[in-house]
Design a protein around this ligand. Structure first.
Ligand code: PLP
Length: 395
């Protein structure tokens, strides 16, 4: 039988059986509207409250600090726009973020720039770690919001969010972190972390697509993004997506319980990195250790990432060139460019992202399959021919 290896877990994950059964149970039995004033509604409201409590317990916050949304993108939009509009009233119309954020953050900031907000995009070192001195200098008494992602979706680099939060707070700014990729990878205790807002998304942790949440610290009131009925304490209109909320609570509990098992995923990641970087003219993108447990991002000179993906797919391996959200564009990754990877090398990078569901056999299969693909594609590359000629001359 043909092999199938799913190594694109940063794009999305397969829903877990426990998650599907919790969701199905809710769809079949607890389908009432949580706002209805009858037994079916009360039952749904009780399940909604219980799910919120379960999530708050995992994240180390209070249930009334959790607001359900439709996805990570909505949460990112709401946090940044809602906080920016609030802080504008205090004369703070400046936002500080980084060059390597997800487009959900970058395009939100760009939209705010169109409205007259000023945005500073802080750079990173070559591993993708935010330049803390540059960040600290960028925050002024006019800064309303600092938005820095917890972990990068393309290269997996993890940022020191607690330290950055202290910098933001020292200058009176609000701190938001996009933790969409970090959740289930790092233990998050919101009270200890100290951020004002944090976003996450269900489909990155084996819940379905179409559910996310925004944590908003108690006492902080940001401007609404979606006005409507009285749901989510009048902060986010729309009948609650209860089956998906139950799914998110279940997935989040499981993902957090399994954090200690990430050592196995890390070992598979490191085996892949070791094997793939043995290929001549290849390079790991991102930090060697301060990276997400399942993230492998390697650049291969003289070939196109898209061609590698096509051949991998034919061999039954699902991978990606970076962010699934920008795969329609042929521009090189803004993240790779921001960490200093030259344009032509950025084009030859691919991302393999593992989860608990992957096995050592998957790693063996990728290590057997990928090097011959790189070799085959290079044989067709005029750029590679030049390198070979150069090497012949220097022998
Ligand atoms: N932020 C990061 C870091 C992501 O990786 C993603 C999705 O890839 C998002 C935000 C957007 O999340 P969603 O797909 O739930 O809108």
């Amino acid at each position: 039988m043909a092999r199938f290896v799913y190594a694109d877990n940063a794009a999305t994950t397969a829903p877990l059986p426990e998650v599907i059964s919790a969701m199905t149970e809710c769809l079949e039995n607890t389908w009432g509207n949580p706002s209805s004033q009858h037994s079916k509604g009360y039952e749904a409201k009780a399940l909604l409250d219980e799910s919120r409590e379960r999530i708050a317990k995992v994240l180390g916050c209070c249930a009334n600090e959790i607001y359900f949304t439709s996805c990570g993108t909505e949460s990112d939009n709401w946090a940044i726009k809602g906080a920016a509009y609030r802080m504008k009233k205090k004369g703070r119309c400046h936002i500080v973020t980084t060059k390597i954020e997800h487009h959900a953050v970058l395009n939100t900031c760009a939209a705010l720039e169109d409205e007259g907000f000023e945005v500073t995009y802080v750079g990173t070192d070559s591993y993708g770690r935010v330049l803390l001195d540059e960040l600290e200098d960028a925050i002024t008494d006019k800064t309303g919001v600092v938005a820095v992602m917890y972990a990068n979706n393309e290269i997996g680099t993890i940022q020191p969010i607690k330290e950055i939060t202290e910098m933001a707070h020292a200058k009176g700014a609000l701190m938001f972190t996009d933790a969409v990729q970090a959740v289930g990878n790092v233990d998050i205790n919101l009270k200890e972390l100290g951020v004002d807002m944090l976003s996450l998304s269900g489909h990155k942790i084996h819940a379905p697509k179409g559910i996310g949440l925004l944590y908003i610290r108690r006492g902080l009131s940001i401007v609404n993004l979606i006005d409507g009925g009285g749901q989510e304490r009048r902060k986010r209109g729309g009948t609650e997506n209860l089956p998906y909320i139950v799914a998110l609570a279940t997935a989040l509990e499981i993902a957090t319980e399994r954090i200690p098992e990430l050592d196995r995923v890390r070992a598979m990641r490191d085996r892949l990195i070791e094997g793939l970087t043995k290929i001549p003219y290849s390079k790991l993108n991102g930090h060697p250790t301060e990276r997400l447990a399942g993230n492998v991002n390697v650049g291969f000179e003289c070939i196109e990432g898209e061609s590698i993906l096509m051949w991998l797919d034919m061999a039954g391996i699902c991978a990606s060139t970076g962010s699934a959200c920008s795969s329609a564009s042929l521009d090189p990754s803004h993240v790779l460019l921001a960490i200093g990877v030259p344009h032509e090398k950025a084009h030859g990078s691919i991302r393999l992202s593992l989860s608990h569901e992957n096995t050592e056999d998957d790693v063996d299969y990728i290590l057997e399959t990928l090097p011959p693909i790189v070799e085959r594609l290079r044989k067709m590359s005029p750029l590679w021919e030049e390198i070979e000629k150069r090497e012949q001359l220097t022998k």
